[in-house]
Design a protein. Sequence first.
Length: 243
Amino acid sequence: MIVGMAPTVVFLHGFTHTGRSWRPVIAALGERYTSVADDIRGHGDASERVPVTLGGVIDDVLAGAPRRFTLMGYSMGGRIGLHVALAAGDRVERLMLIGASPGIADEGERSARRRADEELAGEIERSSIDEFARQWARTPVLAGLPTALLDAAQADRLRSTPAGLARALRGLGTGALPSLWERLGELSIPVTLVVGERDSKFQTIAVEMARRMPQAEVVVAPGAGHAVHLEAPEAIARALPLR
């Protein structure tokens, strides 16, 4: 989905979301930016695109982006966004991460997470998309979302398939991707780390990430939880510089 003719923001959605989840933010940005919000492999219109690998997704992002762009990612999309920014050389001019982390630094913890993700992927494959979507809607990280936002997220989730989401979890999950904690200092571009006021876990992560980056700031969205782009899209728009 591409909207407008202005400096470009490329959006990377979270696990079980699609590019449509960014529509409130795109609307809040108005005509300040051109918006590119495609579905990541394993999700939505890209449910059957294989293989679902980090390298494949990085190639997709860079192929669909102009020479220079701002990159914005939420949760899983934020983690992928870090990998894209480190792989893209000077193409990414600004990075905004929402409720994101650089991964799990401890190899033992990452292995345990990989096993848990594999178990969940198997459960997803044995479910219908309706069954899994209802289950995922009860994830604690989504607690506190207003009913209208929960309904919109649920409708977006139904655009994917169990097989696609299982592939995405295996290929792009927190357990699958290498930690980038030790590489954060390589990011010399401006980085904005957005977290919700109610998302204490990711506030702690964001503060530590900012400490390791040359040009990073932490923005806390009042009253919001993990999914700030859904709960407070205007706050996301305000955090981007005027163009």
